[in-house]
Design a protein around this ligand. Structure first.
Ligand SMILES: [Fe+2]
Length: 289
């Protein structure tokens, strides 16, 4: 019977230092007290496969509505619908996504599901050269001048092709939120060198909630906690797809607290920081060249 890597158990339980907590306050722009979650509808999910029949998320409208209900039940008030935007999976026409989001909003309203849906996409990095600025803008979040795009971290690693794509996006005026870098071989086997280069160029990192508990495997779990300890994570999102990958922000918050993160930082990662990314966008000032 296989046994877990004995190193892995220590990452979740390893205390976060004062400096690490201070670092998260810096990342999230929070004061010492941080935010309190005062209602059941405070969570904001930036990565969520909700559109029916377009990718490996819900197969039909019924499954989409079930997933939306699950999000509301778990305390989520806003989700960005982020279908895969890749030539091999999902939609490649950004205008079609916008139309499908409008349709889904009307279905949610008819079903009396109080979930705010924003139009987005999980961009395959190779698409950065195929979509023009207007098409990318349909997928982007944040106010004018601080728009940003969710870009999928390749499982095989964050390499030169990825950096070239994000450089192109920045040249077009978009910031980059790197989706689930902890699931990439870059984090597991290369010390997250590619992600660190991205962050130095101004990108931010989005961790998957399920990675925290091992739902994406032991490598991803270990990497997730390492990235957290290294202060590289800006937000946590569900990357929900359906019953096997459900809305998980509330679960993530509990797991972060169990793992030793202070409540202010945990609340920020699942609520305040994603909300701020939607409201204020991503500053285009690189930390380093
Ligand atoms: Fe995704």
């Amino acid at each position: 019977m296989p046994t877990a890597d004995p190193r892995s158990a220590r990452f979740a339980g390893r205390p976060f230092t004062h400096a690490q907590h201070a670092g998260y306050r810096g990342i999230t722009g929070l004061g010492r007290q941080g935010p309190k979650l005062t209602s059941g509808m405070d969570l904001v999910d930036l990565h969520f496969h909700l559109l029916p029949g377009v990718d490996d998320g819900p197969a039909d409208l019924g499954e989409s509505l079930d997933l939306a209900r699950a999000a509301v039940h778990a305390g989520t008030g806003t989700v960005v619908a982020t279908p895969h935007v890749r030539p091999d999976l999902g939609i490649t026409d950004a205008r079609e996504i916008a139309e499908r989001v409008r349709e889904l909003r009307s279905k949610l309203a008819a079903a009396r599901i109080p979930l705010i849906i924003r139009c987005g996409g999980e961009l395959g990095h190779e698409m950065a050269f195929d979509l023009d600025r207007d098409e990318l803008d349909l997928l982007a979040q944040g106010p004018a001048g601080a728009r940003w795009v969710l870009v999928e971290a390749p499982f095989h690693g964050i390499g030169e092709d990825f950096h070239a794509a994000t450089t192109e996006l920045r040249a077009l005026g978009f910031g980059v939120l790197v989706a689930h870098p902890e699931r990439s071989a870059d984090a597991a086997f290369d010390g997250a060198a590619g992600l660190r280069r991205e962050i130095a160029a101004g990108s931010k990192a989005q961790l998957n909630a399920l990675s925290l508990t091992g739902g994406h495997g032991e490598d991803a779990r270990r990497s997730a906690w390492e990235l957290l300890h290294d202060g590289l994570v800006a937000v946590v999102a569900s990357d929900a797809h359906g019953p096997s990958r459900p809305p998980a922000l509330r679960m993530a918050r509990e797991t972060l607290l169990d793992g030793g993160l202070a409540p202010a930082a945990a609340n920020a990662l699942v609520a305040t920081a994603p909300r701020e990314l939607l409201a204020r966008g991503m500053r285009r000032t690189p930390v380093a060249a």
